[in-house]
Design a protein around this ligand. Sequence first.
Ligand SMILES: O=C(O)CCC(=O)C(=O)O
Length: 302
Amino acid sequence: MLTQPQKLFYDQNGYLLVEDILTPDQLSKLQDITYRYIDASRTVSESNDIYDLDAGHSAQTPKLTRIKLPHKQDPYFWEVLVNSRVTQVLTDLLGPNTTLLTSKLNTKAPGGGAAVEWHQDWAFYPHTNDDLLAFGIMLEDVTPDNGPLMVIPESHRGPVLSHHANGVFCGAVDPDDPDFHIDRAVTLTGKAGSMTVHHARTLHGSAPNISDRARMILFYEIAKADAWPILGSGSYFHGLGQTRFWQDLQDRTITGAPVLEPRVEAVPVRMPLPPAPDSSSIFKTQKTGGAKSAFSNSNASM
Ligand SMILES: O=C(O)CCC(=O)C(=O)O
């Protein structure tokens, strides 16, 4: 599916934009399911296992930061991952054996949808090697004013920056860190049905949504199956115990099979500990961990 120049671009820059990754039918099915979930959130008044609510959420005006683990909410989110052009891109970039780490549908509501402060996914979940990436499928058009994903090219080959503040893991880099070069940021906009790819070590973030349209990106975060998670990160599967972990791993296997011999490489690791007071989502981690905001003069707010 990907051309050699596209693969080379990803390898060198740590990100890629792929247009028309979905067929019109796949896109419209995903949109329908998503809008059904957003509509159903009208009866919800506190964040729960499905929804992360944004400030100002109400029955009249649903405002979500996120639908959590969409592949567990509706089987179609899993179907698209295992049987579509998305799967082909995955195989092109990570080979035949891959494991889903998490999924999330960040819905950035119109008129304020929260910023995601700059971070490296790797800081949240270090592994034995860094063959990890995130796909971001745009379910609506992403434009400069609705909070597009921004990335820093080539940062996947640079240092893993500190994501700590006030003695806890706050899930964001300090905007004043001398290794954080925001002047090099690239903004990834595109039509609904396009997909971004970013490496787990690529620095990325996104501004608030100041438009009157939702910015809906469906993220899948994925590891090559020989990259094994290092105990102590925030992923739910660290708490499952061996038998349930094994079952869960089968359920998260996207392509091929689990690989029982981890490939251990000399990758830079700084454990995301101690956790922020509320580490139930990146929004909560950044807010309660006291992350400094790169998008305003104040602390991260939600
Ligand atoms: O929604 C976004 O713009 C970025 C999301 C992200 O980086 C994350 O949830 O880790």
